[in-house]
Design a binder for this molecule. Sequence first.
Ligand code: DX5
Ligand code: ZN
Length: 215
Amino acid sequence: MALIAPSILAADFGNLEKDCKMVNSSLADWFHIDIMDGVFVPNISFGMPVLKAIQGIAEKPLDVHLMIVDPDRYVDTFADLGSAVLTVHYEACTHLHRTVQKIKSCGMKAGVALNPHTPIAVLEDIIPNLDLVCLMSVNPGFGGQSFIEGTFNKVKSLKTLIERKEAAVQIEIDGGVTDKNAETLIASGADVLVAGSHVFKAEDPEDVIRTLKQL
Ligand code: DX5
Ligand code: ZN
């Protein structure tokens, strides 16, 4: 059974309170929050005031995914805004070890996300310091894209690396997750499934979450 993290990016921003309450009352485990800066990715999502509003409603941990350059600038801010997990991109951090230390010293779980083209092998030396690795199964920047099939093998090689290093790291999959690929992802070693469109564009989002949770 995996943890389910609905991605608020796909929620109705005209009625965020309703969608956040749906996540509260559902079987979902975390809120997945996508922060995009229009530089690291070709899109801008939302920033601190919106996250603050979500924080005021959410009754489950906030899993914050930063798709921004130089994320060190905002680690304290995201801690203050109640992030339980703070994930930065490998491709956006020159001194990744320092960034990870900073996230942990602020009392949050530290996650690192890999773009689809980035090999698992780059995590060899940092993996013992991490709490979570987020494998992007789409190119980051937009919701509603198709799942990249190569992710299945990547999950397996990440699982192998984690076991070899005896690290306590959760594997999260982000992008294009549906009931069509979730079961194989879990069988391959995924611990956390992020799902945006599949949940929020459904007629009965709570039922979709329940189905994912039961796999
Ligand atoms: C993409 C984001 C994802 C996105 C997932 O850059 O990181 O979290 O919201 O959305 P779906 O599930 O629609 O692919
Ligand atoms: Zn995300």
